[in-house]
Design a protein around this ligand. Structure first.
Ligand SMILES: C[S@@+](CC[C@H](N)C(=O)[O-])C[C@H]1O[C@@H](n2cnc3c(N)ncnc32)[C@H](O)[C@@H]1O
Length: 313
């Protein structure tokens, strides 16, 4: 059945795999808005193929899910396509697309298609799943404005949630290279409730996360948030190299006592050595959520090796 779908429309099959990921992550718990949106998208917004094929592909994807050393997605691609004769070329194509802007543009455009107004789409988990962790992480921030960068923000509710809920004065920069994502996020910002601190600000940037120093000065941020962006780059053939560039760019625009906080499903056995090699800095790991049988981690990097990770300084 999946072979048939691949023949009908490879692009649609690729995006169904992405959507299958979201559906699987939300399977065993009450559906948050993001999951409802992804389900609606699956059932209504993709132009091809016919509905029975779409559902069969999603079911095959979900059924074959296993968590692997590079997180769920790489294993998903390998295992769900392993019986197909074209499996290696397909998994290669899919993995390659995740670092391509046009692939994300299509994803975010399809998400908004048919919707009356933009909505959030959150990778891995929702803002509410980690809001307690993040707000207490921010409690230690110094008096005055805390500079935050959300790198590869997509249309996630993470930064807008912090903007709304934190009593600290935040200056949040949300950055993504996908114009449809940034357009939608800007609209969501315009419609959002007032910030938790009257002087907090949130701005959106259309830019490449692997070339941050062309947009921001070195040493600008107290905290950089990365939810799924490094994972995206790691899961492409050229990925490890680009993911390393992402990490080093993040460290360059971080203050010496700041923290890069990556949220991921990837096991520490794989992620910690990668981060230590990419950044040459101290890495702290915290388990932050168990959702749908999957453990999610916060990887905290501090450029100041004598500093203590786990607090915004
Ligand atoms: C897995 S999604 C995560 C989105 C969001 N952080 C979330 O939690 O839902 C990865 C995001 O990274 C963005 N992205 C990938 N490569 C990028 C790059 N080189 N520069 C900027 N954004 C990038 C994609 O457009 C996408 O929005």
């Amino acid at each position: 059945m999946f072979d048939l779908l691949l023949q009908v429309d490879p692009d649609a099959a690729c995006f169904l795999l992405l959507l299958g990921l979201q559906m699987r992550l939300c399977r065993d718990r009450p559906l948050p808005p993001c999951a409802l949106e992804s389900r609606d998208l699956l059932s209504s917004s993709f132009p091809l193929p016919p509905a029975p094929l779409k559902m069969a592909a999603a079911a095959a994807t979900a059924a074959s899910w296993l968590k692997g050393p590079r997180g769920v997605f790489r294993t998903l691609v390998r295992s769900s396509l392993s019986s197909s004769s074209s499996s290696s070329s397909w998994s290669d194509d899919l993995l390659r697309q995740m670092d391509r802007r046009d692939a994300w543009d299509r994803f975010y455009t399809a998400k908004e298609k048919g919707a009356l107004c933009p909505g959030h789409f959150d990778w891995f988990f929702s803002y509410e799943d980690v809001s307690g962790f993040l707000l207490s992480f921010l409690q230690s921030s110094p008096a005055g404005q805390t500079q935050i960068l959300d790198v590869g923000c997509g249309t996630s509710a993470l930064s807008l949630g912090l903007f709304r809920d934190s009593p600290r004065q935040l200056h949040i920069s949300c950055l993504d290279f996908s114009p449809p994502a940034i357009d939608s996020l800007q609209q969501l910002v315009r419609e959002s409730p007032p910030p938790g601190h009257p002087l907090s600000e949130l701005h959106c940037y259309l830019a490449d996360a692997t070339a941050l120093t062309s947009t921001f000065k070195e040493g600008s941020f107290h905290l950089i948030l990365d939810k799924g962006t490094c994972d995206t780059l790691l899961r492409c053939p050229q990925g490890p190299g680009r993911a390393k560039t992402l990490v080093s760019e993040c460290l360059r625009v971080l203050r010496p006592t700041g923290n890069l906080l990556q949220f991921s499903d990837e096991d520490p056995d794989a992620r910690v050595p990668f981060l230590e090699q990419a950044g040459g800095v101290k890495v702290t790991v915290k388990e932050i959520a168990h959702i749908g049988g999957i453990c999610y981690y916060a990887y905290i990097l501090s450029p100041d090796s004598s500093g203590t990770s786990g607090a915004v300084k």
